[in-house]
Ligand binder design. Structure first.
Ligand code: UT7
Length: 330
């Protein structure tokens, strides 16, 4: 890595108003508030309602407030990367649509598809352009309208997901704070445990695929659970080790929010005490690419400038990874 560090200099998130509660879900499928709270730790999730509103709306709402609250002129943004598995459409990229909605006209923009690891992959991608000195101002968005690919007749997946968007501003750091290091991995053989069966080029949409309900998240929960715990924890431990960080040196662990039991197990395996682990899954569920910026946003007032933070994620692919950053916002 070169001498320039990329720093998070702005942070915003946006969730829709509608709250889908466990009690409402229990009227739709054979489930209960007790089961969902015990097994997953989710109380409610936000759902984006409204004709013609997709993931770009979630992302654009976050980006719009990022620009306004930081007094940033849209035409000074040089890059916008959006992580999502629920793009508005196959093409153009949702990043392009968000840029257009927010008046960002001097940037190049593209999407990154790495499921629940999408935000950290996108963050490091944008950071690399800054570290290389190519650009000075980027926006990284994590946004997913998971309700658009959730089967509300399947009790094994429908309690899990929600809709949200988060966005960060990235600029060259003028001190030692910023993104320090990262470690990412993928294992495509994990596809069988977590995927969407149809709608892509292998199995394009047809009456048959719609009738078979193949345009929704398919997940073998128990297998994914085991891989999530070990891979998120072990890659974070490896990243901390090579940066000579012990759990005491870490101010915050920000894990992807898929299941409270996964979050707790990752913290324990890493030796990071619960009070240093960010958790907001109860309010929003798993919002895929949005969980990490949404979590940072919820905890924003408690994070101090210079804090050592580990972001850690695991998702479909399989994809997983961890990012080490020193917080730049005061
Ligand atoms: O973000 C991307 C990565 N995704 C993840 O990290 C998710 C990883 N997986 C998980 O979080 C968990 O595996 C789930 C939350 C998906 C499921 O929890 P689990 O403790 O692994 O449950 P299970 O699949 O082993 O199912 C246990 C029982 C089953 O009944 P039987 O076979 O024991 O009679 C299920 O049919 O719970 C039943 N069940 C439910 N019962 C009430 C499954 N879903 C529900 C439900 N309500 N919603």
């Amino acid at each position: 890595m070169g001498n320039i560090r990329a720093a998070v200099t702005g942070l915003e998130a946006w969730v829709p108003e509608y709250k889908l509660t466990n009690h409402e879900l229990a009227e739709m499928v054979d489930t209960s508030d007790e089961w969902i709270m015990q097994r997953v730790g989710i109380k409610e999730r936000r759902i984006l309602k409204g004709e013609g509103l997709g993931t770009s709306h979630l992302g654009a709402m976050a980006v719009q407030s990022l620009l306004e609250k930081n007094g940033i002129a849209p035409d000074t943004i040089e890059l916008l990367v959006c992580a999502t598995v629920t793009p508005d459409m196959f093409f153009p990229a949702t990043a392009n649509i968000i840029s257009d909605k927010c008046g960002i006209t001097n940037a190049f923009s593209f999407d990154i598809g790495a499921a629940c690891s999408g935000f950290i992959y996108a963050l490091q991608t944008a950071a690399s352009y800054i570290e290389a000195g190519h650009i000075k101002r980027a926006i990284v968005v994590g946004a997913d309208k998971m309700s658009s690919i959730t089967d509300y007749t399947d009790r094994t997946t429908c309690p899990l997901f929600g809709d949200a968007g988060g966005a960060v501003l990235l600029e060259p750091s003028d001190d030692e704070n910023g993104i320090v290091d990262f470690l990412f991995r993928t294992d495509g053989s994990g596809k069988k445990h977590l995927h969407m069966k149809a709608g892509g080029s292998v199995r394009p949409a047809s009456h048959e695929t719609v009738d078979a309900r193949e345009h929704f998240v398919y997940q073998e929960g128990q297998s994914v659970f085991k891989f999530a715990v070990s891979n998120m924890a072990d890659i974070s431990i490896e990243l901390m080790g090579r940066n000579s960080l012990s759990p005491e040196d870490i101010a915050w662990l920000v894990p992807h929010q898929a299941n409270l039991r996964i979050i707790d197990a990752v913290g324990r395996r890493m030796g990071v005490p619960a009070e240093k682990v960010m958790v907001n899954i109860e309010k929003y569920g798993n919002t895929t690419a949005a969980t990490i910026p949404l979590c940072l946003h919820d905890y924003r007032d408690r994070i101090k400038r210079g804090d050592n933070i580990i972001l850690s994620a695991f998702g479909g692919g399989f994809t997983w990874g961890a990012v080490y950053l020193k917080w730049s916002l005061g």
